[in-house]
Design a protein around this ligand. Structure first.
Ligand code: ZN
Length: 280
């Protein structure tokens, strides 16, 4: 039967892949206030916490480095939104590790400084379009991402949607415009879910959603609770449904948890650990 299933479903994979969606700068209380049925769907059909913690400084590139390298900033050495060499102690980002282990890796993003989240040559596919806040811009990124997922079946697919951050800086975190932008990004997330469902590939993927940091007033660099507390959620095969994660979750737990999902080897340089509570 297994062989027949594989023949009739060209999207069938040997093991589920991971879609990592970053809702850049989305605060948990913003998420609760916004009309975001698709992000709600991930939480209701998976495990989540609205009390996960990012690192200091809560700035986009250092946060992404901690998310994808599985370490605190003292180990990756990136403290600002500028490109410098990652410390040698950090041998691989999760993108690198997946590639080294023979997995197919892709990245979709709308803020160009996120092009260096792994080593050169590890991506099988990348798509970049400069961030805009309109619905069509977010949908374009998501459409490219969703199309690639169902046609090429990557094992690890990173997607960052940056427009919530952009509106936060322009209009203020928790402003009406900021809350409305979360609803726009939610529709892009919905396109990913809908495309997977139509292709019959929902059981082929874990969907992880999180933000890199929050924000306060019109910035996110002081380290207040509003900047440091982030949502973290996952749905997929073998993941608890409707479960609120009680244990402490840190942004640098994301890489070890992805490694566990993709059956990649544990790395000794990680500060993060697998979030075991998510498993059924
Ligand atoms: Zn950010």
């Amino acid at each position: 039967m297994q062989i027949l299933n594989t023949v009739h479903n060209p999207g069938a994979k040997d093991a589920p892949g991971v879609i990592l969606i970053v809702l850049d700068a989305c605060r948990p209380d913003g998420l609760q206030k916004a009309h975001a049925p698709n992000i709600d769907w991930i939480m209701e059909n998976g495990a989540h916490t609205l009390k996960a913690q990012t690192i200091f400084p809560p700035i986009t590139l250092p946060c992404h480095m901690s998310m994808l390298y599985g370490v605190k900033p003292l180990r990756h050495g990136i403290y600002g939104n500028y490109r410098v060499e990652v410390n040698r102690d950090c041998q691989h980002s999760i993108l690198d590790l997946a590639h080294i282990c023979g997995r197919k890796v892709a990245s979709f993003y709308d803020w160009e400084r996120l092009r260096d989240l792994g080593s050169p040559s590890v991506l099988d596919f990348a798509y970049y379009r400069r961030c805009r806040v309109d619905l069509e811009a977010s949908m374009t990124i998501a459409r490219e991402c969703a199309g690639y997922i169902v046609s090429d079946n990557p094992d690890l697919c990173f997607m960052n949607l940056g427009s919530i951050d952009k509106v936060g800086h322009d209009k203020g975190w928790m402003s009406r415009e900021y809350i409305d932008q979360i609803a726009i990004v939610d529709q892009a997330v919905g396109l990913i879910i809908e495309t997977l469902q139509k292709a019959g590939q929902m059981d082929q993927y874990y969907i992880i959603g999180l933000s890199d940091h929050g924000g306060n007033a019109k910035s996110h660099e002081m380290g207040t609770a509003e900047e440091l507390i982030i949502p973290w959620m996952i749905s997929g095969p073998g993941i608890k449904k409707g479960h609120e994660i009680k244990e402490d979750v840190y942004i640098y737990d994301t890489a070890p948890t992805i490694a566990q999902l993709l059956r990649l080897p544990v790395q000794t340089f990680w500060h993060g650990r697998v979030i075991n509570e998510i498993f059924d």
